[in-house]
Design a protein around this ligand. Structure first.
Ligand SMILES: [Zn+2]
Length: 493
């Protein structure tokens, strides 16, 4: 007898949708069958009128545990994940200590196993030039590597030890080193040379004068190295047409180069800086309306295959800087003599945390896009489920509703909706997500299951821990727009 059956819903998975019932046994999907075709179960969920989608695999998430518990912990953020339909979190290696040694990795793994409500994986820093150390990180079970191609802020050097390389030769050495493990390397691509080149008087405190070429130049470098060395690379949080075109060029030349964007880059543009100031301080910065439109197009044509949250929690107090908007940003649009007041405001800008807590907007953003017809719903689901799972070697265990896959499932009411109020986010720093306030989203996450356990339902998180550490099952796969789904009628073919 099945433990659970979910009946009457529309299953949206692997790029297609169909009416189907889902049977769960022992935390695993036992059967996906045409409506009415399942055997008896101890428990039943009526999903009539609802969408049943795989739990989202958020391939870009920051918690920074164990440092800064005032901003976020695995416990707080995994509850936020459950409430919003995310069942696997890939934690980025920035922390204190940074996740670039086996000791730091093991400590974070133990912490995640103790605190996480949903499943989690850990990236290792890629700022390494010792092949044995890279291999040791892979043996710890890293989901992949992460490299920053620019210097961290001076006050955050400790958190970035073993995570970055800023010059082309160092970037080459690091990428070449981690390539030996076969794992995919995620890259924050911004060129230090061009960051410095475009810094002006007003920008010397890290003001967002990082034009698209800052990003595109770094993407081009990484793409060339990836092609020359031959390893799977993944460009995180792409924001601009110029950079997307670099990715497309590399893909057309045969590179295994994947790329992602994030809810805040898909929903907001540079005009929002005037209203939200340091609350939308993020790197790369928000872009033009034209760039935003181009990102959606790149998701449609398959150049971008992943949407991830880049959830970066800083407390509202750390994000707030009311002086900044009036003193720096607005005057900067015209002539701007660099007064002492502006210098002060600019240094306060530099002190504000860099990032937006977008975790709880990942699934709503993509479901909304699918339901309002901005983008095919099947693809909107795929870019946050099957695609990241494939790219990092955990498919079909995760990211799909198929027999044998883990029962990470989300029930979505397509007729429901919500008006976003960041004060109600469960993320400990959720109040910093002000930019989302008032957005009207179509569709609503009703229930989330992690390996068959209900972790969210009826507006409440259920349970406190039980999340498992996830490491790759096999080599990362290549995902392209022309790749066909691997299942037919719920049966593997
Ligand atoms: Zn990030």
């Amino acid at each position: 007898m099945l433990d659970l059956r979910i009946v009457g819903g529309t299953v949206v998975s692997d790029g297609r949708s169909r009416p189907a019932d889902v049977g769960v046994e022992g935390g695993v999907i036992a059967e996906v069958s045409p409506s009415g075709g399942l055997g008896a179960a101890r428990r039943e969920i009526d999903a009539s009128g609802l969408l049943v989608i795989p739990g989202a695999v958020d391939a870009h998430f920051h918690c920074r545990a164990p440092s800064h518990p005032e901003r976020a912990t695995f416990a707080s953020e995994s509850r936020a994940a459950a409430s919003s339909g995310v069942t696997t979190l890939f934690e980025m290696p920035i922390s204190d200590p940074p996740c670039s040694t086996p000791e730091a990795f093991e400590a974070r793994r133990r912490l995640g196993e103790a605190e996480c409500l949903v499943d989690f994986a850990l990236f290792s820093g890629a700022g390494l030039t010792d092949p044995a150390r890279a291999e040791a990180m892979a043996e710890c079970g890293a989901i992949g590597f992460k490299l920053f191609t620019h210097r961290p802020p001076p006050e955050r050097l400790d958190e970035f030890d073993g995570l970055w390389a800023a010059s082309p030769d160092e970037i080459y050495d690091c990428l070449n080193t981690v390539a030996g493990t076969g794992l995919r390397c995620a890259v924050h691509a911004e060129s230090q040379h061009f960051i410095d080149r475009f810094r002006t008087d007003l920008d010397r405190f890290d003001h967002p004068a990082r034009p698209p070429i800052v990003e595109a130049a770094a993407v081009g470098l990484v793409a060339t190295i990836a092609r020359d060395v031959g390893f799977p690379a993944h460009i995180v949080h792409l924001t601009s047409r110029l950079a997307v075109e670099e990715v497309r060029a590399a893909q057309s030349l045969g590179s295994d180069l994947s790329a992602e964007s994030c809810p805040h880059y898909l929903l907001f543009d540079e005009t929002d800086i005037a209203h939200f100031g340091t609350f939308v301080k993020v790197a790369p910065p928000l872009r033009s309306v034209e760039d935003v439109a181009y990102l959606w197009q790149a998701l449609s044509d398959g150049t971008l295959t992943v949407v991830a949250s880049d959830h970066a929690p800083f407390t509202p107090k750390e994000k707030e800087n009311p002086v900044y908007i009036a003193t720096i940003w607005l005057p900067a649009k015209g002539a701007h003599p660099f007064t002492p007041e502006k210098a002060k405001a600019a240094s306060e800008y530099a002190a504000a945390g860099q990032g937006i807590p977008s975790l709880e907007m990942l699934v709503p953003t993509m479901v909304d896009a699918g339901l309002i017809g901005r983008f095919p719903l099947e693809r909107a689901v795929e870019v946050m489920t099957a695609n990241p799972a494939k790219l990092f070697g955990i498919y079909p265990r995760k990211g799909t509703i198929s027999p044998g896959s883990e029962a990470d499932l989300v029930l979505v009411d397509p007729d429901g909706g919500m008006t976003v109020d960041s004060a109600r986010f469960l993320s400990r720093s959720g109040g910093s997500g002000k930019v989302y306030d008032g957005l009207r989203m179509t569709g609503r996450v009703l229930t989330t299951l992690s390996r068959g356990r209900i972790v969210y339902t009826d507006g409440k998180v259920v349970g406190e821990s039980g999340g498992r550490f996830v490491s790759p099952d096999g080599p990362p796969l290549h995902v392209s727009q022309t790749q066909r789904p691997s299942t037919e009628n719920g049966k593997r073919i």
